[in-house]
Design a protein around this ligand. Structure first.
Ligand code: AKB
Length: 329
């Protein structure tokens, strides 16, 4: 008999690792995980496939061997890396997403099931350069991304919606969150532009000096990883009748870069940071909103971050990093 699994692509990325741990914590182990790189966490899953979402043979093998009951399609090339590798980024971010949507459609049709499909989008779909308030009040406004990554996210959101519409929502139930920067205490991001805040924290914890590539007064919205994962679960478990859209903003706190530095310095007084602005990355941050309105997520599926600027550091980031350092000693 074919096994029923939850498919997670980009499983070894920051969100993927935390998502798998949380599913395991809920005793969910029927997970089929894919990533280009070896899995770097200890976990209980059905199978780990080291490979690419661009490998059609690999996707065909999944189709023949498993019934996929749910998809978390997390594999992506992030914004800074995408600008440097445009072809690769468009292949992974656009073609890769199409491949996974095709897989969902085929499996949905074959087993006559509707497959919930989670897609992580980003504040990178916005461009607030021409907007005086720098705040995004509505999901469907100011969608003129300047980055290859943001353009791909926007395209894939629309593609997901088209797949869902074309099958009258019979095979695919596509839902997506436009994430702000995410801060994880257990992993370091790579290839993103919002990485300056998590990089600052991890450098401080390792007693390393940090060269911040973004200006001291720049401001982006952020959340911490436990809230990001909880949001994914809440959206995916929400009754479809409660949803007024398939795309949702979420956020928690937004502070100028320098306030993050001061907060971290309170905890690690020896921490030193200098500013060495990367103009290309600064331009990306300048085009992203300082803040976003997450009213719809709050109203439709009860989104409420557990962590704000203060308790994110005091209750999650600093204690968790301390535990990790103690465990590795
Ligand atoms: C990036 O910086 O590319 C991502 C994002 C905000 O989508 N973290």
């Amino acid at each position: 008999m074919l096994k029923k699994v939850i498919l997670i692509t980009g499983a070894n990325g920051e969100i993927g690792q935390y998502l798998i741990k949380e599913l395991n914590r809920k005793n969910i182990e029927n997970i089929l995980a894919i990533d280009l790189h070896p899995l770097s966490i200890q976990c209980r899953i059905e199978q780990y496939l080291q490979g690419s979402i661009l490998d059609i043979k690999l996707l065909k093998a999944i189709q023949e061997k498993y019934i996929v009951s749910e998809i978390y399609h997390l594999a992506a090339i992030l914004s800074t890396k995408a600008e440097k590798n445009i072809q690769l980024a468009n292949d992974v971010n656009i073609k890769g997403t199409k491949n996974i949507l095709d897989l969902a459609k085929k499996l949905g049709k074959k087993y006559m099931i509707k497959i919930p499909f989670f897609f992580p989008s980003s504040i990178a779909v916005y461009n607030t350069i021409s907007n005086n308030s720098f705040t995004i009040n509505e999901e469907m406004t100011e969608e003129k991304p300047i980055t290859i990554y943001g353009q791909a996210k926007l395209k894939c959101e629309k593609m997901g919606f088209d797949y869902m519409k074309n099958c009258n929502s019979k095979e695919i139930d596509f839902r997506c969150i436009r994430f702000p920067g995410i801060i994880s205490a257990s992993t370091m991001p790579s290839g993103g532009t919002s990485d300056y805040v998590p990089e600052m924290i991890h450098h401080a914890a390792k007693n390393l000096k940090y060269e911040c590539f973004i200006k001291k007064d720049s401001q982006l919205p952020f959340i911490v990883m436990p809230d990001a994962i909880q949001a994914i679960f809440n959206l995916m478990n929400a009754d479809i009748n409660q949803l007024t859209t398939y795309i949702y903003n979420i956020t928690s706190f937004n502070q100028p870069t320098h306030n993050f530095y001061l907060k971290i310095k309170n905890y690690y007084p020896q921490f030193e940071m200098i500013y060495d602005i990367d103009l290309k990355r600064q331009k990306i941050v300048d085009s992203w909103p300082n803040n976003i309105n997450d009213k719809k997520a709050k109203e439709d599926w009860g989104w409420e971050p557990q962590y704000n600027f203060d308790n994110a550091f005091n209750k999650y980031i600093f204690p968790e990093i301390k535990n990790i350092i103690q465990e590795t000693m």
